[in-house]
Design a protein around this ligand. Structure first.
Ligand code: SAM
Ligand code: DTB
Ligand code: SF4
Length: 336
């Protein structure tokens, strides 16, 4: 498949149902890992991981009430609201990311939705980052159709917008926008020929059925997202979920493995939460089929493992990062 082609392979399944996905989850751990690793090797180099760098271009003060998020104005976290970052600062940061070898630069804004008054400023950021020779990604909340078209025209490669959890559990976590709102945004992004990055969070207090439900919602989209971030809840003081019980770590690995099996050609990103994971748990996630991470000391507002540590881990595991080059899957998976 040529560089930048979209993930529309019709041989991929879009008709998953709950019982069969739960049956995958129920497999003995070794069998699940074996299946996931086998499928992973059919489509990707198992020793290669794609890395993206994140920058918060508009921090805090968000109108949404997402229960996990330190940037929501509804919660009393230590994050303070800041205005949209000026273009020169964004480009400075992108140039620094490029110098450390990042291939994709992801800009995140704590917005409920993109306002037309900010559209041109963000479009200029996208064009500026693109001109530096980086792949571009933004996550700005809900989009309207014309905004997706404008961002594509500015040079946007990826739009991140997560479904977060199952449709059934969603209302326990977010009340200020609906699941359908999120699906509408993904549809506009796809129609504008922008690569879709969409995943969710594990550890919100959801059941296994909900985790399966999230993966079904993602896999049963008309095309699989090219990139599927699986976040482990980062518990932040002041958010409603700050004192939640930890999820069983093997259940997290199972979720990565099931995502790999259901969306075999998508990049599965071991996303937020790595700071609280041991090297061994991360290694198990890579074995289960995760092949992308965020690289850099910070996510949006919370800590990420430092880059030296990540580099050492990759060295210990014999993993090549796709830093400084476009990722090239082993066979015919869509290119990133
Ligand atoms: N405001 C935009 C939105 O919600 O689409 C973009 C930024 S938002 C921070 C992007 C994603 O980060 C969320 O959808 C959620 O999945 C993830 N996220 C936010 N806070 C998190 C936390 N504490 N732990 C894990 N993931 C988190
Ligand atoms: C995604 O799924 N995870 C990233 C990215 N997309 C934008 C964000 C994680 C945020 C974790 C909490 C924080 O740092 O504020
Ligand atoms: Fe706002 Fe996004 Fe945080 Fe929800 S996840 S509160 S939309 S920044």
């Amino acid at each position: 498949m040529p560089e930048n082609s979209l993930n529309t392979d019709q041989s991929l399944r879009h008709n998953w149902h709950a019982e069969e996905v739960e049956a995958l989850y129920d497999l003995p751990f070794a069998d699940l890992m074996y299946q996931a690793q086998t499928v992973h090797r059919e489509h990707f180099d198992p020793n290669s991981v794609q890395v993206s760098t994140l920058l918060s271009i508009k921090t805090g003060g968000c109108a949404e009430d997402c229960g996990y998020c330190p940037q929501s104005a509804h919660h009393e976290s230590a994050v303070k609201a800041e205005p949209l970052m000026p273009l020169d600062k964004v480009l400075e940061s992108a140039a620094a990311a490029k110098a450390t070898g990042a291939s994709r630069f992801c800009m995140g804004a704590a917005w409920r939705n993109l306002k037309d008054r900010d559209l041109e400023r963000v479009a200029n950021m996208v064009s500026g980052v693109k001109d530096l020779g980086l792949e571009t990604c933004v996550t700005l909340g809900m989009l309207e159709e014309h905004q997706a078209v404008r961002l594509k025209e500015a040079g946007l490669d990826y739009y991140n917008h997560n479904l977060d959890t199952s449709p059934e559990f969603y209302g326990d976590i977010i009340s200020t926008r609906t699941y359908q709102d999120r699906l509408d945004t993904l549809n506009y992004v796809r129609n504008a020929n922008i690569h879709v990055c969409s995943g969710g969070i594990v550890g919100l207090g959801e059941s296994r059925r909900d985790r399966a439900g999230l993966l079904i919602s993602l896999a049963n989209l008309p095309s699989h997202p090219e990139s599927v971030p699986i976040n482990l809840l980062v518990k932040v003081e002041g958010t409603p979920l700050a004192n939640h019980d930890d999820i069983d770590q093997l259940e997290f690995v199972r979720t990565i493995a099931v995502a790999r099996l259901m969306m075999p050609k998508s990049y599965v990103r071991l996303s937020a939460g790595r700071e609280s994971m041991s090297d061994e748990l991360q290694a198990m996630c890579f074995l289960a089929g995760a092949n992308s991470i965020f690289y850099g000391d910070k996510l949006l507002t919370t800590d990420n493992p430092d880059t030296n540590h990540d580099q050492q881990l990759f060295n210990r595991l014999g993993i090549t990062t796709l830093i400084g080059q476009h990722s090239a899957p082993a066979q015919d998976a869509c290119s990133h």
